[in-house]
Design a protein around this ligand. Structure first.
Ligand SMILES: Cc1cc2nc3c(=O)[nH]c(=O)nc-3n(C[C@H](O)[C@H](O)[C@H](O)COP(=O)(O)OP(=O)(O)OC[C@H]3O[C@@H](n4cnc5c(N)ncnc54)[C@H](O)[C@@H]3O)c2cc1C
Length: 389
């Protein structure tokens, strides 16, 4: 039984979920002096998707909006180089294409070149010279030399420290089971006690739509898709290699101190749960490596899977729900929730507090309507009857 005896029960903001989305927005709110509590259903924070990522910062990855949010997060990460430990380390990344992926690679290269001028086109000859182990059918590449490894644990901890310094409260083992509106206050039920808050912040990752259902709202269609990864020993010396990904998303590889991370880029719809990689996922990952490179997987040291959750248009969901007062979404981060966390948290906190938006929004590259949950409510964006007592 968890003791919540010392924790106050009345807050301005109640954040559901202790992954990177929850702790980062909670930290921004607490740093602005807002009374905030964060509830996590597991006994530890970052147990689900946040603890299972490939930990890469890639400006060439995801939809236009995710790429912009990644770009806007860049200064945060670069400034962290002064921290101990720094949150990022050099890695570099290259997307490669066969003939079938050439047009997609060219489009990606040209779009990203407008964001960051360090992106370089690699011809088939360049690829052979720089990565001789790649098989001949890879005919071009887009190199992003400034891609970084992210220390996800250090990032999560640094937000958590900031949250606590700002007076924030974290309660683990506290699944939100039910809530209802009493006047303009949310009354939130956990197994141990009842909390009251003016605003709910839904950072529940794969469970985001289930949280909406608890409020009596029609879900937005945020779908958890399983992605698997293995950590392997291979017969190539790859420690100094960049991240290498197929632009058509059949694999990516990333070297680390512990071995080579290989993902088969699977996207299997799964209900929100504690997913694992099965034998077939492991076999496919090893096969994709051996098909792309002249190399062999010698042994598999670890395997895991996590849920990447996507809105139907594969853009993030950030904003107040138009159907219900005081219900805010920070969800649908897909495969980009770590690298974009700094910009998303800053933006979400400003929207929550109805404060001035971050300076990057002055560039008018992202419209709030493109990320708001309203776009996904369709004809149902009128007020719905939330659980009102
Ligand atoms: C294999 C893999 C590789 C990836 N690689 C990268 C990468 O290189 N770079 C990148 O930026 N992103 C990557 N991602 C994506 C990234 O990990 C996610 O976008 C991010 O972690 C999502 O964070 P989150 O906080 O929204 O979700 P989560 O970390 O899942 O947090 C949600 C939390 O909500 C809690 N919760 C749910 N329901 C309740 C409830 N009722 N009450 C209380 N708590 C509740 C859950 O227990 C969970 O802890 C990868 C993902 C996977 C699976």
């Amino acid at each position: 039984m968890v003791s919540t005896a010392g924790t106050p029960k009345n807050f301005t903001y109640l954040v559901i979920g202790g992954g990177i989305a929850g702790v980062s927005v909670a930290a921004e709110l607490a740093a602005a002096g807002e009374s905030t509590v964060l509830l996590e259903q597991e006994s530890q924070l970052a147990y689900h998707t946040t603890g299972r990522s490939a930990a890469i910062f890639l400006e060439t990855y995801g939809s236009r909006i995710f790429r912009l949010l990644t770009h806007y997060s860049r200064d945060f990460y670069l400034n962290s180089l002064r921290d101990d430990p720094p949150l990022i380390a050099p890695r570099g990344a290259i997307f490669v294409a066969r003939d079938s992926g050439l047009a997609k690679l060219r489009k990606l290269h040209d779009e990203v070149a407008q964001l960051t001028d360090s992106v370089r086109w690699l011809s088939a000859e360049d690829l052979r010279r720089e990565f001789p182990a790649l098989r001949e059918d890879w005919v071009a590449g887009a190199l992003e030399p400034d891609a970084k490894d992210i220390d996800v644990h250090a990032l999560h901890q640094s937000y958590l420290r900031r949250f606590r310094r700002g007076g924030g409260h974290v309660v683990c083992n506290s699944p939100v089971l039910a809530f209802r509106r009493e006047a303009d206050i949310w009354v939130v039920q956990t197994p141990q006690c009842v909390y009251r808050a003016k605003t709910l912040v839904n950072c529940a990752g794969a469970w985001a739509d289930e949280i909406a259902c608890l409020a009596g709202l029609t879900p937005l269609g945020i779908t958890p898709l399983k992605r698997s990864a293995i950590l392997a020993r291979v017969d190539l010396e790859m420690a100094a290699w960049p991240y290498i990904g197929d632009v058509e998303e059949s694999f990516y590889f990333k070297p680390s101190k512990q071995g080579l991370l290989i993902s088969p880029c699977d996207e299997t719809p799964e209900p929100a749960s504690d997913v694992t990689a099965d034998e077939m996922d492991v076999a496919i990952a090893a096969d994709r490596f051996e098909t792309a490179l002249r190399g062999k997987v010698i042994s598999v040291q670890a395997r895991w899977a996590g849920l990447r959750s996507f809105a139907p248009d594969r853009n993030p969901v950030i904003g107040f729900d138009p159907r219900c007062d005081g219900f805010f979404w920070l969800a649908g981060q897909g495969g980009y929730g770590i690298q974009t966390a700094p910009a998303m948290a800053e933006l979400a906190a400003a929207l929550l507090r109805q404060a001035r938006l971050p300076a990057f929004m002055d560039r008018n590259e992202i419209g709030l309507e493109e990320i708001s949950p309203t776009r996904l409510c369709g004809a149902n964006s009128a007020k719905e009857l939330c659980h009102v007592s």
